[in-house]
Structures are given as structure tokens and as C-alpha cells.
Design a binder for this molecule. Structure first.
Ligand SMILES: Nc1nc2c(c(=O)[nH]1)N[C@H]1C(S)=C(S)[C@@H](COP(=O)(O)O)O[C@H]1N2
Ligand SMILES: [Mo]
Length: 194
């Protein structure tokens, strides 16, 4: 069977199963075709599996978000969320983030602590950004200075601001309770594909 007709079949199958028999069947179908998100056991429900599988199937030919001309981009970008109140953040801000470091640890061969200058020397995936600028300026404080994630194909809450640490992990078992961003702690799902 060709890739395309198989994809159509799977998509229809998923939709039919979700509609007729409930999400549990869709999740089992997705599992059979290797569309289950990693580490789903006990963490992801059938709904999240369906979102993940549907996005993988529908977007496999254009996995990047649509890009616009600079002139189409609004200069006004609303802020959502609060600037951190803690002393450590305000001390870093007062020194222009000269003392800020981005710790990279967990399942990496060489754990690192990068300065802003070091971080700026790296290239970036085109749409999964560690963003330190916005509209040609430094990233404004309310938008997550000095560095935030910006992930176009995931909902806003995945674009974590005020980054200080990236820990590579193969399990979400210990995420929450202060480890990771606030969103898993308040019940937002791991996968938020758009
Ligand atoms: N540290 C931190 N990052 C965060 C948030 C937050 O409250 N704290 N809010 C998230 C949510 S829900 C959204 S929609 C976006 C909003 O980004 P913006 O204020 O730049 O529009 O940041 C995300 N990153
Ligand atoms: Mo949000």
C-alpha cells in the first residue's frame, strides 16, 4: 500500500474509532502504527495520544509552521504571564544578565553552563528557538529575558520564558513539584501540537 493511501486509511481509522468506539480504540490503533508519544504509559491519556498521532499524520509533509514576511509581523505583541518576583532573577536583570548561565544537563555527554554570549554563537533549529531577541531588540523582560523558548508548532505554554536550565530526560516521572515548568504541575498536557 502506498504511503499516502495508508496515511489516509490510518487517519480515517483514527477518526472513525474516536467517533464510534471512544478514544481508547483510537489509542490502540495509534499504538499499532507507531504513533504513540514517547513515555506515554501512565502519563498521557487517549486524548493526548490522538492529538499527537493526528498531528504526525497530517503534518508529516510540512512540519514547519507557515512563515510570514517581516512587514506582515505585528510590532505589538501582548504579554501573557508575570515577570518573576524572585531576588535571583532581579539581581541577574540588574547586571544585564552578565552572570546568567543556561545549565544544560541530564542525559547529555557533556553537561554545560552557557553564558548569553556563548549561546548566541550557536545556530538554531529554524522554528524551535532559544530566543534572545525580538523585533530586532533584546528580548523584553515581560517576554522572558534573557532567553525563552519559542516553539511555533506547540501551544503558547510550551514556549517557556526566563530559561535557566534545560535537563534532557527520557521520562516525565519526576517532572512537576518544582522540576520543569509550571504547566505540568497545573495539569497541562506534555504534548500541545498545533
Ligand atoms: N516562565 C514562564 N514562561 C511562560 C509563561 C509563564 O507564565 N512563565 N506563560 C506561558 C504562556 S501560557 C504563554 S501563552 C506564553 C506567552 O508568551 P508572551 O507573553 O511572550 O506572549 O508564554 C509561556 N511561557
Ligand atoms: Mo498561554
Amino acid at each position: 500500500m502506498s504511503g499516502i493511501s495508508r496515511r489516509k486509511l490510518i487517519t480515517r481509522g483514527l477518526a472513525a474509532a474516536a467517533g464510534a468506539c471512544g478514544l481508547g480504540v483510537a489509542a490502540r490503533l495509534a499504538d499499532r502504527y507507531g504513533l504513540i508519544p514517547p513515555d506515554h504509559a501512565g502519563i498521557y491519556g487517549a486524548g493526548e495520544t490522538l492529538t499527537y498521532a493526528a498531528q504526525k499524520l497530517l503534518m508529516s509533509h510540512h512540519s514547519l509552521a507557515r512563515e510570514f514576511n517581516r512587514s506582515d509581523i505585528s510590532k505589538v505583541f501582548p504579554v501573557n504571564g508575570e515577570v518573576p518576583e524572585n531576588e535571583t532573577y532581579h539581581r541577574l536583570l540588574a547586571h544585564g544578565f552578565a552572570d546568567w548561565r543556561l545549565t544544560v544537563d541530564g542525559l547529555v555527554a557533556h553537561p554545560l553552563a552557557l553564558s548569553l554570549a556563548e549561546l548566541k554563537s550557536f545556530p538554531w533549529h529554524p522554528q524551535t528557538l532559544l530566543a534572545y531577541g525580538m523585533n530586532g531588540q533584546e528580548l523584553p523582560t515581560p517576554h522572558g529575558a534573557p532567553v525563552r523558548l519559542r516553539v511555533a508548532r506547540q501551544l503558547g505554554y510550551k514556549s517557556v520564558k526566563y530559561l535557566s536550565r534545560i535537563t534532557v530526560t527520557d521520562t516525565l516521572k519526576n517532572i512537576g513539584k518544582g522540576l520543569g515548568s509550571i504547566s505540568p504541575e497545573i495539569g497541562y498536557s506534555w504534548y500541545a501540537g498545533i
